[in-house]
Design a protein around this ligand. Structure first.
Ligand SMILES: [Zn+2]
Length: 423
């Protein structure tokens, strides 16, 4: 299904103009190479002026229209260089007509000026502004998860404000120089307390009042060891915001300041901290190919947070966490809500976002670990991670990595387990 719609998108890009395919996660007939975005938030008026220059290349012979995700933002102008370009709104997308087409593998830049207002993806307080998923609510972009681009982000705020964004600070800018999915970009700016610490070449930053360095370092060590890959960037910022956001993003995590308070009362309540950090490996650097395989992000990091808690606090804690996931899964099953973990009816994050990918996913991974034995399971995880670093994955890829490490006897059991739980 995915392949067919993707092909339609390439062969008949004009179809997307009708909007009939706009909801499906199909690849666009172009690839964004770089976003250069300048944001000027106005906290008092809860508005943000933006200017985005988008460098793209064509994947098809002749690209005449560029479709971008723009949420509910107000578009003021679209230009190529100094020349204004005709554009049209189609619900949450923007169609830009190019008088001179972009030919295959050629490059083009368009500049969009716009205004963003409070939306699901953009949250304002009197002293903070931050993003909450839905990148197209604050910058025009191609939100298709498979497509990765680099980013430069400049945020104009009063000098006393602290800023965090995807990438690393580079003077007044934030620069992301490894291509990552635009739908995982984020920023936060506000009157935050700031603390930083450098560990193993990674700058850890905390915005907001929270004492989480030691726990973050210990979770990071665990994840580096188990995945076989270093933390992917050179800066990791945890932002503790007003509000309720729990968001993994490229190079940063947004959490509610309430969670920092809970950690003071219960210092072992580290699931969320470890879960969000683990997303930097599984969910950002290695991304499920589409929402059908969402469990490869959410089930994986839920399981890895449990395994980190095991290393930190002992096997009884791990057993308790896995038993919790199993109980949640059993309840879903009793309500007739069980699904295969790979489920093609999930086409949107809303459909895939229920508890099943998290808890059935974590439980099934714990069963795979038990069956394969620790030695084989962790070696397989490293093979999987190494083989798909910076790419997208399906359940097949995980099964293949596990089979490549498991012996013949275990391979048979593995096939059985994947058939029973995943397909
Ligand atoms: Zn998650």
């Amino acid at each position: 299904m995915k392949t067919l719609t993707a092909m339609l998108g390439v062969i008949l890009p004009g179809l997307a103009l009708g909007g009939s395919l706009a909801a499906a996660p199909l690849s666009r007939p172009y690839l964004v190479e770089h976003y250069d975005v300048h944001l000027t938030p106005d906290l008092a008026r809860k508005r943000m002026a933006g200017e985005a220059t988008i460098k793209l290349t064509s994947r098809i012979e002749r690209l005449d229209v560029v479709e971008l995700d723009v949420g509910d933002m107000q578009i003021a102008s679209v230009k190529e260089g100094q020349a204004a370009r005709y554009f049209e709104r189609k619900e949450k997308t923007l169609m830009v007509v190019l008088p001179t087409p972009v030919y295959k593998n050629d490059h083009r830049a368009i500049t969009i000026r716009y205004t963003a207002v409070p939306a699901k993806g953009l949250v304002f307080f009197s002293d903070q502004v931050y993003t909450s998923f839905f990148t197209s609510d604050w910058m025009p972009c191609d939100e298709h998860p498979e497509d990765r681009a680099t980013l430069t982000l400049t945020i104009d705020v009063p000098p006393q404000f602290k800023v965090a964004a995807s990438g690393h600070p580079d003077g007044a800018k934030w620069t992301l120089d490894t291509p990552d999915p635009a739908f995982l970009y984020a920023f936060a700016a506000g009157d935050f307390a700031e603390s930083t610490k450098t560990v193993d070449g990674v700058t850890l930053r905390v915005l907001g009042k929270a004492d989480v360095f030691d726990d973050t370092v210990s979770a990071m060590h665990f994840l580096v060891e188990r995945s076989g890959k270093p933390y992917p960037l050179d800066t990791y910022t945890q932002v503790f915001t007003h509000g309720t956001v729990e968001q993994e993003a490229v190079g940063m995590t947004l959490l509610p300041e309430k969670y920092a308070g809970e950690l003071v009362k219960d210092p072992q309540n580290l699931n969320l901290l470890a879960h969000e950090l683990a997303h930097q490996w599984y969910g950002v650097k290695i991304l499920a190919k589409d929402w059908s395989d969402f469990w490869l992000s959410e089930g994986m990091v839920t399981f890895l947070a449990d395994a980190f808690l095991e290393q930190r606090f002992g096997k009884a804690r791990y057993d308790r966490e896995i038993a919790d996931s199993k109980r949640i899964y059993d309840n879903l099953r009793a309500q007739g809500r069980d699904r295969p973990l790979f489920f093609t009816d999930w086409q949107t994050p809303q459909q895939a976002g229920g508890p099943l990918p998290y808890h059935k996913g974590a439980y099934v991974l714990s069963e795979l670990r038990r069956t394969l034995t620790d030695e084989v399971f962790w070696r397989a995880l490293r093979a999987y991670t190494n083989g798909h670093w910076g790419g997208t994955v399906t359940s097949d890829d995980l099964e293949a990595a596990m089979a490549s490490v498991a012996g013949k006897d275990l391979s048979k059991q593995l096939t059985k387990m994947f058939q029973e739980w995943i397909y």
